[in-house]
Unconditional design. Structure first.
Length: 148
């Protein structure tokens, strides 16, 4: 099973949204996704990766590189929406995609990868642990500051 990874293009957005809505039980609109992608496509610190088999998107991840002025924290990346289409799981596609992301992040002098994952994704958590991620002792806090 040959998976080809590349940076996402505008043409990939419908497949990304279909996949992420399926994997994360979300309801993101194609219109919104296209708007945000257009606004951020030239930002080298917003990285959208897709994995394709026979030109069909079967895997996706988003990495955001954050450059700080703090030595210990340095430059890090936050990964989110790491997913593989259900019928393609258990073929090391997620591992290969994480390898691709790691390679890109190393080229950007990223010191540490951080990962955000929903509680219900237990199988994904096992994959991340096998890849070398560890659960931090801090929680992920959020606060809505603007209602839509």
């Amino acid at each position: 099973m040959e998976v080809k990874f590349n940076l996402a293009t505008k043409e990939d957005i419908p497949g990304i949204i279909e996949l992420t809505n399926e994997c994360f039980e979300e309801n993101s609109s194609l219109e919104y996704a296209c708007k945000v992608f257009e606004e951020t496509k030239n930002d080298p610190n917003n990285i959208y990766i897709v994995g394709k088999i026979d030109d069909k998107i079967v895997a996706h991840a988003k990495a955001t590189v954050i450059i700080t002025m703090y030595e210990e924290m340095n430059t890090f990346a936050i990964l989110n929406h790491v997913c593989v289409k259900n019928e393609y799981r258990r073929h090391n596609i997620a591992t290969k995609m994480l390898d691709e992301i790691t390679k890109i992040c190393l080229e950007k002098n990223v010191k540490e990868l951080k990962l955000w994952s929903n509680f219900f994704r237990k199988a994904a958590h096992a994959c991340y642990k096998r890849y070398g991620f560890v659960m931090d002792d801090a929680g992920f806090f959020s606060k809505v500051i603007k209602e839509d």
